[in-house]
Design a binder for this molecule. Structure first.
Ligand code: SF4
Length: 366
């Protein structure tokens, strides 16, 4: 039997959403248990609706690895998430990202050459392997996870960052944290580390990332200068505004927001923790939430007996996550039905092995 030709993407943009939805349903039914669709909380609603499993990036990758019957893991999220799915899944499973342009601007702010150069640079005055634990946020490329695996470090997520920092300090006296300075700072402050012992390494600022030798020696946590373009939109003034306008409002924010915003909030948590806080509240509760818009909109629909606001006067969405649309999902599934794997994400074996060491260290802690 000959394999049907690949399904082209462009003609799908001429179709109505209703037709695309119908075609996705048909392809999904044909693939059955051989395919699992994962949907991140920040994914647009029309795509999220087709997910078999939903959650934050790490929860999804773990869930997918528990579905060995699924040969194809279609990750409706961004690139680093599909990489983690590939690293944690079985050898016969294939992780797929429907649109390869769905990256993460924060993950792009730190790369292996840059972090390796900083490690050598700081090594001029610190004994790095003995005194510094590298920690990468899960929102990072696989080679940086591998770097952490190779240098006694680990990975963290927004839900376990404080506990992982604690673990790191049980190993060595200092931490190099990348790429998100805000998650690193919020977590370190949460552990009681004074701000003067938390410094930022600016990779483009010359020797020691613009820090003095004394600052580096005195630091407990050295942060990479990265941030999330979505969460940096939330400002302390937005918190003040909602407190004035909405009596009794509870402010709930993600730790990728700045320290100033987080310190004004009532609840600080990962996407899973934000959802849990809202769901557990009694009817009539009022919230202003500082995280990606799709998640907030979904909570509004799901919890109509609560008043839920988006903590920013402007729209801030994850534009890269938004690239996964009905057309790309339909194209991916129909090609699988036709016997063609589009956009497989495969981390090179040596890199995957070291990254798995870093991830398994994290999973052993929390
Ligand atoms: S919301 Fe921010 S950190 Fe999350 S995927 Fe988008 S750009 Fe990356």
């Amino acid at each position: 039997m000959t394999t049907p030709p690949p399904v082209p993407l462009d003609p799908l943009y001429a179709l109505d959403d209703a037709i695309l939805e119908q075609r996705i349903q048909v392809a999904k039914a044909q693939l059955g248990e051989s395919c699992v669709i994962l949907g991140h909380h920040y994914q647009r609603e029309e795509v999220y609706r087709f997910a078999d499993l939903t959650g934050d990036s790490l929860k999804l990758a773990r869930l997918a690895s528990q579905r060995p019957q699924a040969r194809y893991i279609v990750f409706c999220g961004v690139h680093f998430m599909a990489e983690v799915a590939d690293i944690l899944s079985g050898p016969d499973q294939i992780a797929i990202l429907p649109d390869l342009a769905a990256g993460c601007s924060m993950a792009d702010m730190a790369d292996l050459p840059g972090v390796s150069a900083a490690w050598r640079d700081l090594g001029r005055i610190l004994d790095m392997e003995r005194t510094v634990t590298p920690i990468t946020y899960v929102n990072s490329t696989a080679d940086l996870k591998a770097f952490c695996g190779d240098h006694g470090g680990t990975v963290c997520t927004s839900s376990n960052a404080v506990r992982i920092l604690q673990w790191a300090f049980e190993q060595r006296e200092k931490v190099l944290f990348f790429p998100d300075q805000h998650l690193g700072r919020n977590s370190a402050v949460g552990l009681g580390i004074p701000l003067e012992r938390i410094v930022v390494y600016h990779p483009d600022a010359g020797p020691l990332g613009g820090l003095s030798a004394d600052q580096v020696r005195n630091a407990r946590v050295i942060l990479w200068e990265g941030f999330c373009s979505v969460h940096q939109m939330f400002q302390p003034a937005h918190v003040d505004l909602f407190r004035q306008r909405v009596p009794g409002v509870r402010i709930v924010v993600h730790p990728e927001c700045s320290l100033e915003v987080c310190q004004k909030a009532d609840v600080l948590g990962s996407t899973e923790q934000i959802q849990a806080a809202v769901r557990a509240a009694p009817p009539g509760s009022r919230f202003a939430i500082g995280t990606e818009l799709n998640l907030v909109n979904r909570l509004q629909k799901e919890q109509p007996d609560k008043e839920i606001h988006f903590l920013c006067p402007t729209i801030c969405m994850c534009s890269t996550m938004f690239r996964i649309d009905l057309q790309h999902l339909c194209w991916t599934l129909e090609n699988l039905v036709a016997g063609h794997v589009v956009n497989p994400i495969q981390v090179p074996a040596r890199e995957a092995a070291s990254a798995r060491v870093a991830l398994e260290r994290m999973l052993a802690v929390v």
